[in-house]
Ligand binder design. Structure first.
Ligand SMILES: Cc1cc2nc3c(=O)[nH]c(=O)nc-3n(C[C@H](O)[C@H](O)[C@H](O)COP(=O)(O)OP(=O)(O)OC[C@H]3O[C@@H](n4cnc5c(N)ncnc54)[C@H](O)[C@@H]3O)c2cc1C
Length: 424
């Protein structure tokens, strides 16, 4: 992989997501050789993927080149590669570019969409875990409207216009709200020949409420917001099958050629970890220092890590903050270990959760405040703007939001590359 030898211990970080970035940012210069490996050459800000999918933002305003983030560090090396397997005994990894030895290996590989073993759903529906997947959704939505114009068959036209989203967690709720706004303000301008009263947006959830991890107050309000935008919410409903046009559910069948799957994630850790290292969803079991027990120098952080604590006996939620906080602490702990000091245990500080359903409609459960509506929406925008990587991206996103707010329009209705459904 052409990484020079170094007198400093080598820390290999796999994954430049929220956790991977934080550990590197918090490692002091001049103490380690740092190698970051990612199969993409950019950090993707996943919370705003839904805006790329619904033509609200360009993909490059939520992605940032990994090399640029660490350009001032001479101890930093980036390789664009996929890590295939780990040999924990020999402390080496096998990647798509070759092999590499490590002193410390940090897996921050996140999750991918979980279709729960249903190959048909995996083939015919779309996940939204990456920038290419979000662009795929944008392309398919627009291509289906182009196709809807060309058919006289009413049923076929409705199936091309309808959208079904499975999973009413934050991703599903935010997507449903954004597509409903497209239907109200944007699509009728582009496709005046189509009757948008015939377009349905369905949000299907297996549990008995939307936003299951949030407070009842926020969940109920989000449900009301969705209904006010014309989204049909189906609770306690499970998808059973899909043939590309009709979804069979435990309730009524639904007609659509756009099925978005936001109903779960799981991890695909590199080979080399045995069954006893993995728990539900293939998360890797770690101790309070993010170490994998019995595997010297191997750490896992973020969505891919499963750590039991008193307050989180079933592991931490798979959201950005645990990844960020674990990355920060592990950087400090690696320095402590190198200095012969004792490592500190991880304790998650829950900063709350939020979701936006549309303009001036959001819900926020913060440690000292639960709020819904316009104020929550302003908080949501501020938090997401500040969390974006890169000053340019913040300015571009702020400009886009302001522009879209005043003219109710979304200009990025482009089919740059045709829809191609493949896991990315
Ligand atoms: C659509 C969506 C919306 C979300 N909204 C929110 C939100 O509003 N608030 C919130 O807190 N959280 C949200 N999340 C969850 C949040 O994004 C994740 O919890 C967070 O990204 C986890 O960070 P991580 O570092 O563990 O992994 P990730 O950020 O997923 O990063 C993993 C990285 O590893 C790389 N990688 C994976 N496998 C390999 C391999 N074998 N070889 C090389 N590279 C590899 C990937 O390319 C990726 O860059 C959302 C997630 C999604 C998908």
């Amino acid at each position: 992989m052409n990484i020079p030898d170094s007198s400093f211990p080598r820390i290999v970080v796999v994954g430049g997501g929220f956790g991977g970035l934080q550990i590197i940012k918090n490692l002091p210069k001049g103490k380690f050789q740092i190698v970051l490996i990612d199969k993409h050459n950019y950090h993707a800000f996943q919370p705003l993927l839904y805006q790329v999918a619904t033509a609200g933002l360009e993909p490059d305003s939520i992605a940032y080149p990994l090399r640029k983030i660490f350009k001032s560090r001479s101890d930093f090396f980036f390789r664009l590669a996929e890590v295939k397997s780990i040999n924990a005994e020999e402390k080496s990894i096998h990647t798509s570019l070759g092999d590499l030895d490590y002193d410390h290996l940090v897996l921050a590989t996140g999750t991918v969409t979980n279709f729960f073993g249903n190959d048909t759903l995996a083939k015919l529906s779309m996940g939204m875990k990456s920038v290419p997947e979000a662009l795929n959704i944008r392309s398919l939505l627009l291509e289906n409207f182009e196709a809807a114009l060309l058919t006289d068959d009413l049923k076929e036209r409705e199936s091309l216009m309808n959208v079904v989203i499975v999973g009413a967690g934050p991703t599903g709720v935010e997507l449903a709200g954004a597509i409903a706004e497209l239907r109200s303000h944007v699509l009728p301008m582009d496709y005046p020949d189509l009757d948008f009263r015939r377009m349905s947006i369905h949000l299907v959830e297996g549990m008995d409420k939307v936003l299951p991890p949030m407070s009842d107050q926020s969940s109920l309000k989000a449900h009301k917001f969705l209904e006010s935008l014309g989204v049909q919410v189906w609770l306690n409903t499970r998808v059973e099958d899909y043939d590309g046009k009709t979804i069979t559910t435990s309730g009524k069948p639904m007609l659509t050629q756009t099925l978005i799957w936001a109903a779960g994630v799981h991890c695909i850790p590199p080979e080399g970890l045995s069954g006893k290292d993995l728990v539900r969803g293939n998360r890797v079991k770690v101790n309070r220092f993010n170490q994998v027990p019995g595997k010297d120098g191997l750490y896992v952080i973020g969505d891919a890590a499963y750590m039991e604590t008193k307050n989180f006996p079933k592991g931490h939620p798979q959201v950005a903050q645990p990844a960020i906080q674990q990355g920060k602490l592990l950087a400090k702990n690696l320095v402590r270990e190198t200095n012969g000091q004792i490592m500190r245990e991880f304790e998650y500080k829950d900063l709350g959760s939020m979701a936006t359903i549309g303009r001036t409609r959001a819900v926020a459960d913060l440690p000292k405040l639960k709020t819904q509506g316009a104020f929550a929406w302003v908080i949501w925008m501020f938090v997401h703007l500040m969390a974006l990587v890169g000053f340019r991206n913040r300015v571009v996103v702020f400009f886009n939001w302001t522009y879209n707010f005043f003219n109710y329009n979304r200009d990025i209705r482009l089919i740059i590359r045709p829809f191609k459904n493949q896991p990315q």
